[in-house]
Every structure is written in structure tokens, then in C-alpha cells.
Design a protein around this ligand. Structure first.
Ligand code: FAD
Length: 448
């Protein structure tokens, strides 16, 4: 087959929601792409696969990937977690669903789009390296070819059960290895000598080890607030420690919001405002670090204080634009964003999107936030981001209820951290506006 007609060989690393979404869209172009996903575990779903163990997985000797805890219910209403082309979640009374329901949804998505046949399980991607070669003997064809001037990716994959390694070549790579598995553990002077339980939320599974204890939870984002509130049902007292603006929601009677921790002396935690308190368990809910252990340095990607550089539109490797990273933006609604990012990258591989010059992409990749670790935080800008990708990629944007639902949800959550997950989520008949109806007789939140 002449190079111009050769299919593009695409590798997908990981089969969590992002990798599955990549497969689902690649599968719509069988004449253009030849593709395969490698998944280091024996199942799809990534984060949503609850594993009671911590540390190393006895089955494959790999560090346990999922940070899921037993009681977890989604912190977003499941209606807006749906992929727009597979809207099955969110038909119940309560907006937020369990991790096993999300996993079932992803299994249904996989079965419906018949994706399992593209996945090689128990196979970890060990190294990814760009090599500069295009395998054709016909330079004339190459100049016009869609694969002309593209790097080939040399990828080493390991059968984690038999420990064998093979090398494969691809024309493009989707990095969908997840971003919530490598704990971020800020240094705290004295913590090594703290005599109580010290744990990161990555290893939190159940509240029982904290029964009767005084627990200091560091960090009040999704995990800190959620786990902290769960612990109040078991612990003597929970301190929720952070340096962000104070929460407006009521908290359980045995939970106190305090400032961030600056050091520990024995059991005494010293706080940023100079006060101190005693605790006998300490839980880091301080988030995760981006980690791509398989990328050779010649891929050109660095991670500095959680700023992944250089990425065009938070996803495309500027040094080698046939590599993309799905799911880098933070404070977003992940599944629908994956749906958009994946289609944009596919459009660029097909040549339907012309990427700008390297200089322009580098400009775009600069950190726009004063703090590098916030470089990929989109929050309310996520809708403009998604719409821009859809517009430039020439495909359908997200339906408006995603944005309306997210805005209303943010208000409902901040008002009522203890019970927000039980509210009912209703999309009005116009398909655009949303009502969140709390189950405690407080006023509904509406948004459009
Ligand atoms: P993952 O789900 O992490 O999947 C990555 C996959 O890649 C895994 O299967 C892993 O085994 C595989 N992999 C990694 N490295 C390799 C390798 N080298 N070779 C082969 N395979 C590899 N989002 C929401 O929308 N709503 C929520 O309520 C919500 N709650 C969350 C709660 C917690 C505790 C956490 C940690 C996250 C939560 N999220 C939530 C965010 C969630 O991570 C995303 O929704 C989404 O599931 C991420 O999908 P992913 O495919 O990017 O990554």
C-alpha cells in the first residue's frame, strides 16, 4: 500500500474513561486508523475500579492505580458526567451515584461501542520514544502523504503477567494514563516523627481505622471535604485544614475548619495563624501529581510544579504534535471534555484541523496563571475551551445543559456540603436550563 493510503497506526495508553472515549471515536474511522489500546490492569474503567487493597497489586505487582474509596458517590451530578453520545446515567432520584454505577456505565459504553476487541489487557506501556523515520521507499508519495514528516513512535510494552517486553511502532499516541494516581505530598516539617496514622487519600478506603480518633484532614477540595465529612461519623473530631477562603456551608458538629498546617511537634500541629491543635491521625487530601513515567525525555514533555509543558490547548505535545494527553485540565467535568478533546485530536490527525505554527502553539502553551500548579485549572473557562475545540475541529459542541448543570451544581454544593449529593437534578423541557431540587426543603437552584 502506498504511504498516502496507509492507515495511521494509533496507540492508546490506558482504558479509563479517556482511553475508552479515544477508542470509541477512532472506531468511527476504520478506513483512516488502525488502533490498539494497552491497559496495565485486567479491566477497563481506571479510577472507577474500586480496589480494597493499597500499595502494590498482588496480581500484577504494579502500584495500585485507583484512588477510589468504598463509600464514594460522585461529586458531580451523574447526568452531566454522561458522554453526550451515551446518556444513560442520572435517571434516579439522587443526582450523585456510587463508583460501581459509574463503572457499570463505562462497561455499557464499552460493550455498546464494541471496544473490548481493541484492548490488550495486562499490558503496560513502559517507554514511548519518538523516532524520526517514515517507512516508505517512495519520497514522492511521502510529500503528499498525510503521514509525511510525522514522527514514528517506538513503544515498548510489557506483558505484566509473563514479564515479556515487545517493541511496537505507531504514528500517533493518545496518553490516557489518568492523573489521579501519584499522590502529591507537600513537605511538613516534623511529620516523620508524628506518632499517629499518616495517610494520603490515595490509600483511603474505609473510615474504620479512624474510629474514635481526632483526625486532621489537610486540604478541603473534593476529597478533603468528602472524606472529612465521612470521618465525622466515626472519629471523635475532624479538623479540616486549608488556606482557601472559608467554606459557606454548615459542617457536622464534630468538624472544625482551621488554617493550613505549617509544622508538627509530636502530636501537636502548628497552623498558619499561629494556633495549634492535637490530633492522632493525619490525612493528606492534597491531590495528585501528573506523571508519565513511560515518556522518554526525547518526547519533550516536562512536568514542573504540576505544569505539563509544552501542550497546545492543554493537550497536544507541541514538540511532537502526533502525541496528545487527554484529561489534563483540572476543575472540569471530565467525561464530556474527553469527548471533545479526543475528537479534536482525531481531526488534527486526519488533517481536518491545521495546527498553527510551533511558535504560536508555544505561546498558547505558556502558563497563564501566577502559580504553575494552577496552569491547567479551567473551572468556568472549561466551556469556552470545549466550545473552541469543537468549533475549530468542526464537530458538535456539548449541549448547553452541561454548563447550566455545572453552574447550578457549584452553588448547591457550596451551600450544602453535607447533603448536596442527594439533590435531584432536572433538565427542563427546553433541554437547556437545569433545576437542582434539594431534598431538605431549601430553595431549588436554577441555571441556564
Ligand atoms: P483513569 O481512570 O485513571 O484511567 C487511566 C487508565 O490507564 C487506568 O486503567 C490505568 O491502569 C491505565 N494506565 C496507566 N498507566 C498505564 C501504562 N503505563 N500502561 C498501560 N495502562 C496504563 N470525575 C467525575 O466526573 N465525577 C466524579 O465524581 C469524580 N470523582 C472522583 C473521585 C476520585 C477519588 C478520583 C481520584 C477522581 C474522580 N473523578 C471524578 C475524576 C476521574 O478521575 C475522571 O472522571 C476519569 O475517570 C479519569 O479518567 P482517565 O481515563 O483520565 O484516567
Amino acid at each position: 500500500m502506498p504511504a498516502a493510503e496507509r492507515k495511521l497506526r494509533v496507540c492508546v495508553i490506558g482504558t479509563g474513561a479517556a482511553g475508552l472515549c479515544a477508542l470509541r471515536h477512532l472506531a468511527t474511522e476504520p478506513a483512516v486508523f488502525e488502533f490498539e489500546a494497552f491497559e496495565q490492569t485486567d479491566h477497563i474503567g481506571g479510577t472507577w475500579v474500586y480496589n480494597e487493597s493499597i500499595g502494590v497489586d498482588a496480581k500484577n505487582q504494579l502500584p495500585i492505580h485507583s484512588s477510589m474509596y468504598e463509600s464514594l458517590r460522585t461529586n458531580l451530578p451523574s447526568v452531566i458526567m454522561n458522554f453526550p453520545d451515551w446518556r444513560k446515567m442520572g435517571n434516579g432520584e439522587k443526582s450523585c451515584i456510587s463508583h460501581s454505577e459509574v463503572l457499570s456505565y463505562l462497561e455499557d459504553y464499552t460493550n455498546h461501542f464494541d471496544l473490548r476487541k481493541y484492548i490488550t489487557f495486562n499490558t503496560s506501556v513502559e517507554t514511548v520514544q519518538p523516532i524520526c523515520s517514515v517507512r516508505s521507499t517512495d519520497p514522492a508519495t511521502l510529500v503528499t502523504s498525510s503521514v509525511a514528516n510525522r514522527r514514528i513512535w517506538k513503544i515498548k510494552i510489557k506483558d505484566v503477567l509473563n514479564r515479556t517486553i515487545v517493541e511496537r511502532e505507531f504514528d500517533a499516541v493518545f496518553c490516557c494514563n489518568g492523573h489521579f494516581f501519584e499522590p502529591n505530598v507537600p513537605p511538613i516539617p516534623g511529620i516523620q516523627r508524628f506518632p499517629g496514622i499518616v495517610m494520603h487519600s490515595h490509600d483511603y478506603r474505609k473510615p474504620h481505622p479512624f474510629t474514635g480518633k481526632t483526625v486532621l484532614v489537610l486540604g478541603a477540595a473534593s476529597s478533603g471535604a468528602d472524606i472529612g465529612i465521612e470521618l465525622t461519623g466515626y472519629a471523635r473530631h475532624v479538623y479540616l485544614s486549608h488556606n482557601n477562603p472559608r467554606l459557606i456551608s454548615a459542617l457536622p458538629a464534630n468538624m472544625t475548619e482551621v488554617m493550613g498546617v505549617t509544622g508538627v511537634e509530636g502530636n501537636r500541629f502548628i497552623l498558619k495563624d499561629g494556633t495549634s491543635l492535637f490530633a492522632d491521625a493525619f490525612l493528606y487530601c492534597t491531590g495528585y501529581k501528573y506523571s508519565f513515567p513511560f515518556l522518554d525525555e526525547t518526547c519533550g514533555i516536562t512536568v514542573d510544579d504540576n505544569y505539563v509543558h509544552p501542550l497546545y490547548r492543554h493537550m497536544i505535545n507541541v514538540e511532537h504534535p502526533t502525541m496528545c494527553f487527554v484529561g489534563i485540565p483540572l476543575v472540569v467535568v471530565p467525561f464530556p471534555m474527553f469527548h471533545i478533546q479526543v475528537q479534536y485530536f482525531i481531526a488534527s490527525l486526519k488533517g481536518n484541523v491545521r495546527l498553527p505554527s510551533k511558535d504560536i502553539m508555544l505561546q498558547d502553551a505558556l502558563c497563564k496563571s501566577p502559580l504553575k500548579r494552577r496552569a491547567h485549572r479551567l473551572a468556568d473557562n472549561q466551556w469556552e475551551y470545549n466550545d473552541g475545540l469543537a468549533r475549530d475541529g468542526g464537530f458538535e459542541p456539548l449541549p448547553p445543559f452541561y454548563k447550566a448543570g455545572y453552574s447550578a451544581w457549584k452553588i448547591q454544593r457550596s451551600r450544602n456540603l453535607m447533603h448536596y449529593k442527594d439533590a435531584k437534578f432536572v433538565i427542563d423541557d427546553d433541554g437547556e436550563s437545569v433545576q437542582i431540587i434539594p431534598n431538605d426543603n431549601t430553595a431549588p437552584v436554577m441555571s441556564r
